[in-house]
Design a protein around this ligand. Structure first.
Ligand code: GLN
Length: 447
């Protein structure tokens, strides 16, 4: 009730939630109360969770921020939703997001932009901007996000909260509407690393319905939270502290690093030489996969269909022309272009090879350090509208996060102070494959 009231008061300004159903949420809350009364409560029992609208939830509108799915009530639950249900958590509502998770500012949503609770004239980041704003404004204690190129970490940084993108394959993609399947990964967004650990305990785990889900034993991501950091080796990539990083963000990150040294860690300079290739490689591969994933929205089986049309081809054409926004269309066109017969080798195959080199950079780096640190984003939150007409400058806001997805590594963002404008700065922590418990430990000791 408390959170629903707070949503009532603040959501009209922030636009963080796009679907609410108080009755459904309260029914789940009452069921949780009964479990608690019976002494059967697990850690997340009764905890309200804001669900990114990319996760299909049975009986809920599941729109992915698009007109194309604006009338789609999901007949089934995503694995992640199922896991939260099983844990007795409460679905508090569905959060706003960039259309099909394509964006870094939450301005591409069919349901309108989300405002950053710290200052309503700046963006909350994207694509999980609704989830980030909801947690930052305390409309929800925790939320889910997805991260294809930075969409958990960058909005977490821009709104001063904590978020973790796990190793690719840790959280099932079943029922998580696909953008770029080889990069998409779900994860938690919350106030602290400790909360993220408890949420990840629920979200992670093998699921046979996702062919890239990893068959690993269940682990307790909170197990190492209290370990001292003495002797921890932190790698600082030269390329992440170079041109393009704003001075106030650099200062906040340096202050966090000084704190880590006080906690007993040592820092070593490392190099990720192929960093500059990560944006071009991503903007070949992600659109290629998106163009294929989004071919399913044809107006036939579900979702939006143009109200007037001639023959079948005309119906497809009008449906897709009206149902998708500009950024989604741009990605589909880039994707089909780089996959087309004449250009496949020059773009798609080349990008796949470079992806391997980018992953090898990290392999090398982790021989010299336990975790990698740097800024999550090059600047604090920018003004609404500032980059919406300049896709390339928008794409550059993910310069420090995208390589992590290309390599399939886990990455997180932790709040580390404020920029000159009083807006939050995020510290990025990148770990080796399956190092989530260590990363959460490293974040928790600082928090
Ligand atoms: N901003 C990046 C993009 O637009 C990443 C988005 C994401 O991680 N979903 O593709």
């Amino acid at each position: 009730q408390t959170f629903l009231q707070r949503i009532d008061a603040l959501n009209p300004t922030l636009n963080a939630f796009i679907t609410l159903d108080a009755e459904k949420s309260l029914a789940q809350a009452r069921a949780a109360d009964a479990l608690i009364a019976a002494g059967n409560a697990t850690p997340l029992c009764g905890i309200p969770i804001a669900q990114k609208d990319i996760f299909c939830a049975q009986g809920w509108l599941s729109t992915c921020g698009s007109k194309m799915l604006s009338n789609f009530v999901s007949p089934y639950n995503a694995h992640v939703i199922e896991q939260f249900d099983r844990a007795g958590a409460v679905n508090l509502g569905k959060t706003n997001m960039d259309e099909f998770a394509m964006g870094s500012s939450n301005e591409t949503s069919f349901f309108g932009q989300v405002k950053n609770p710290w200052n309503v004239s700046v963006v909350p980041g994207g694509s999980s901007g609704g989830s980030a704003a909801a947690v930052a404004a305390r409309l929800a204690p925790a939320a889910t996000g997805t991260d294809t190129g930075g969409s958990i970490r960058q909005p977490a940084a821009l709104t001063g909260i904590t978020g973790i993108k796990p190793t690719y394959g840790t959280v099932s993609r079943y029922g998580m509407i696909a953008f770029a399947s080889s990069l998409d990964q779900g994860g938690p967004m919350a106030k602290s690393a400790e909360d993220c650990a408890l949420l990840l305990n629920v979200m992670a785990g093998f699921d046979s319905r996702d062919s890239t889900s990893l068959e690993r034993d269940k682990e307790d991501y909170a197990r190492d939270l209290n370990r001292p950091l003495k002797g921890l080796r932190i790698g600082l990539p030269r390329e992440y502290f170079a041109e393009g990083l704003s001075a106030d963000v650099a200062r906040a990150v340096e202050a966090a690093l000084a704190e880590y040294r006080r906690l007993g860690a040592e820092t070593v300079e490392i190099s990720l030489p192929n960093t500059r290739l990560s944006i071009p490689v991503y903007y070949v591969l992600a659109p290629a996969e998106a163009s294929s994933n989004l071919a399913r929205y044809d107006g036939v089986r579900y979702g939006y269909r143009a109200p007037e049309y001639g023959d079948l081809a005309d119906m497809y054409q009008k449906t897709r022309a009206q149902g998708f926004g500009t950024e989604v269309k741009r990605r589909i066109m880039i994707g089909t272009y780089v996959l087309s017969a004449g250009y496949y080798d020059a773009y798609y195959i080349k990008a796949q090879k470079l992806r391997r080199l980018i992953a090898q950079d990290f392999e090398q780096a982790f021989r010299q350090c336990d975790v990698i640190m740097g800024p999550t984003a090059p600047t604090t939150a920018f003004k609404l509208g500032e980059k919406s007409d300049d896709p390339v400058s928008m794409y550059l806001s993910d310069i420090y996060t995208i390589a992590v997805n290309l390599a399939g590594l886990p990455g997180m963002s932790v709040p580390c102070g404020f920029g000159d404008n009083g807006l939050p700065v995020g510290l990025q922590i990148v770990g080796n494959y399956f190092a989530e418990a260590k990363m959460l430990n490293v974040a928790h000791q600082y928090q």
